[in-house]
Design a protein around this ligand. Structure first.
Ligand code: GAL
Length: 679
């Protein structure tokens, strides 16, 4: 199954023709063809226009849009249109509207105004999805299904009575009995012992901190409840149009949804990414999410939304300076995307997003934005042969949602300053700077092919996960506050890192979180390096007081309360950090060297190097020209020039080399998404 109707890289964006009079549509498709647009995402928020009254459909306008797109060589990423229920549905069935943690029912007037557990909502979405599939299943423009839109963007959870009943059913399934739930949730604490499931509620606003195990199950439940909504629609689509791939657009590294689980449920991973143009490090942050997207199904993915320039939802919405829109699009491709698409095609005239940039700005074809659109379309065409090519990484970062949810439970942790995204970035940043390719893996994921595995934090770690890491023959790095609790958020006796103690050869005596402004220094590779958020009092001995013997201390704290104590240790090939040093580069450099991991290319600061198959991407994120010495000659696909030796890359520019020595040129520009797993 693949996008058999599209070849090369995907280019285009969300297209909302229902916001415009029909005469504008002709201009739209003419300009799309001019810009080389080959895909448009349509009908995302069109439910109220497609089904204006219950069971009464108005498909005429969408028929004309689909025909126009097809006639102009544009494929449709067709939404099931279920992201916003229509007014008639919520007025007839107010229980469809979501309720917040204080019990307030949120009204209609924005989008995603639904309770994920509502049977009325679910039934209505499935009915619409079936109607869409039956109407457009045979339409030649249809290339991909787009279910709903950005699940959990506005509505991740609902605290209504229906959700409470659904949560209880989910809990019964997970824990078997009320006693099972009592044991897992530790309800003997604070007098919460339940005697029946119907006494259990979602974690609504309570007088004090809510049971963290209840919160953890709630996070799991909320991710699953939305996934059920997705799967109900997907089942209908698979039944009616089994050959059309299904996606839903993810939101980068999102706390609310367990994307490992979600990615298994779809055919193609797609993502929406909005790096802030005002943040000079945003290309590093976004690279991590791109690598996650590629890792989720270990196959190319689609950047389905990004901004052509400014967004409309930050405090201050900075535009993208010249070159950045192109560079960021190429960056996604460099990290495994088989398409660079946008929100949205034509800049809106009204609504909350009227100031959000688009491929075709308010200023029309005379604008800077339109020139950039034309140029990017041409560039993506030049890169067609990159579609479908794989990325190889020898380093993996571990990311697990259960552990993340446990770590970031409010009000019950030693510190609220340990945030998973920051912990991931603390490792990802230096790896990125070193030009090393990185995958992400879930706990218990396949580690074959990796030489280095880094778990920046594994707060929650089961015995099975510890055995999984023990069986890894390469170099392991485990970050602080790991191995603390089991899957029910109950502390491992004997102290952290719990089931990882023997592997790491260390026991945490006491957590030593650092308040804002406090610095605990450590001596690392001959230098004083500050730790600013977290430290631990480590014992290089097991729980019974026997020393592990062969644990080496790689760094000790210097000064402060922990003076002289071990800060970073190593046992065999396993390094443990009891703190978060401001810069982990010295640790990383040593581990990478020991594991024989090489950078993709040696590049100056601010230049990103990635490889896909036989293609080397060099992206200059600085505003100045840089010199790069090419280790291998090749042809720059963007300019057609043959390049070798030292080259210069202008500021915010890129080179995409087809390496001369890496084998024959790919001539097939098959669909980017033709079952990549099997390619
Ligand atoms: C996304 C959403 C789009 C649009 C865009 C604006 O979150 O899917 O519909 O709102 O943001 O940046």
């Amino acid at each position: 199954m693949g996008l058999t109707r599209v070849s090369g890289l995907l280019f285009g964006g969300d297209y909302n023709p229902e916001q415009w009079p029909e005469h504008v549509w002709d201009e739209d498709v003419r300009l799309m063809a001019e810009a080389g647009v080959n895909m448009a995402t349509v009908a995302v928020f069109s439910w109220s226009r497609l089904e204006p009254r219950p069971g009464e459909y108005d498909f005429g306008w969408l028929d004309r849009v689909m025909d126009l797109l097809h006639a102009n060589g544009v494929a449709a990423d067709l939404a099931t249109a279920t992201a916003t229920p229509p007014p008639w549905l919520v007025r007839e069935h107010p229980q469809v509207l979501p309720v917040d943690a204080t019990g307030t029912r949120l009204d209609f007037g924005s989008r995603q105004s639904y309770c994920p557990s509502s049977p009325v909502f679910r039934t209505a979405t499935v009915r619409l999805a079936r109607a869409m599939a039956e109407r457009y299943g045979d339409h030649p423009a249809l290339a991909m299904w787009h279910i709903s839109n950005e699940y959990a963007d506005h509505t991740l959870e609902c605290f209504c009575e229906e959700s409470a009943r659904h949560f209880r059913r989910w809990l019964r399934e997970r824990h078997g009995s009320v006693d099972g739930l009592n044991a897992a949730w530790g309800t003997s604490c604070w007098g919460q012992h339940y005697t029946a499931f119907d006494q259990v509620n979602p974690p609504r606003k309570a007088p004090g901190p809510v049971n963290p195990a209840q919160l953890l199950d709630w996070r799991r439940f909320c991710s699953d409840a939305l996934l059920e909504c997705f799967e109900l629609e997907r089942e209908v689509l698979r039944e009616v149009t089994p050959e059309i791939p299904v996606t839903t657009n993810f939101m980068s590294v999102l706390h609310g949804l367990d994307y490992w689980k979600w990615a298994e449920a779809e055919d193609v991973v797609s993502d929406d990414a909005y790096p802030d143009p005002a943040d000079p490090t945003s290309h590093v942050t976004v690279a991590l999410s791109y690598d996650l997207m590629r890792s989720l199904r270990r196959q190319p993915w689609i950047l389905l939304e990004q901004a052509a320039s400014a967004v409309s939802w930050r405090e201050v919405n900075a535009p993208k300076p010249p070159g950045m829109m192109r560079l960021h699009s190429l960056q996604a491709v460099a990290h495994g995307a088989d398409g660079a698409m946008f929100f949205q095609w034509r800049q809106a005239k009204y609504g909350p997003e009227k100031f959000h940039s688009a491929l075709l700005p308010h200023g029309g074809v005379a604008s800077r934005g339109w020139r950039d659109t034309l140029a990017l379309g041409a560039d993506l065409k030049r890169l067609a042969e990159v579609a479908g090519t794989p990325t190889t990484a020898h380093v993996a970062l571990v990311l697990g949602w259960d552990s993340w949810w446990g770590l970031e439970a409010p009000e019950s942790m030693p510190s609220n300053r340990l945030r998973l995204k920051e912990l991931l970035q603390a490792w990802y940043g230096p790896l990125h700077a070193a030009g090393v390719a990185v995958d992400l893996v879930p706990p218990l994921g396949d580690l074959s092919g990796y030489r280095v595995v880094i778990a920046p934090n594994l707060y929650m770690c089961t015995g099975e996960q510890a055995a999984w890491l023990e069986a890894f023959p390469g170099h392991l790095v485990v970050g602080p506050f790991s191995g603390v609790v089991d899957s029910d958020d109950q502390v491992h006796e004997g102290g952290a890192p719990g089931p990882l103690r023997a592997l790491l050869g260390v026991t945490v005596d006491e957590f030593w979180p650092l308040p804002e402004g406090t610095v605990q220094s450590l001596r690392l590779a001959g230098r004083a390096v500050p730790a600013r958020t977290w430290a631990e009092w480590l014992r290089v001995e097991d729980a019974s007081g026997d020393t592990f013997g062969d644990t080496e201390v790689l760094a000790r704290y210097e000064g402060g309360d922990l003076d002289g104590q071990a800060a970073i240790t190593r046992r065999g090939n396993a390094v443990y950090l009891g703190c978060l040093p401001e810069d982990v580069t010295p640790v990383l450099t040593e581990v990478l060297a020991a594991a024989g991991v090489e950078p993709v290319a040696v590049v100056p600061e601010g230049v990103e190097a990635t490889r896909r198959g036989d293609h080397l991407f060099l992206l200059n994120h600085t505003t100045d020209p840089v010199k790069v010495d090419l280790a291998e000659p090749g042809t720059d696909l963007l300019t057609g020039r043959d390049l070798a030796g030292p080259i210069e890359i202008p500021g915010r520019d890129a080179v995409v080399l087809r390496l001369a020595n890496s084998g024959a040129r790919r001539t097939d520009t098959e669909s980017p998404l033709t079952n990549e797993g099997e390619r």
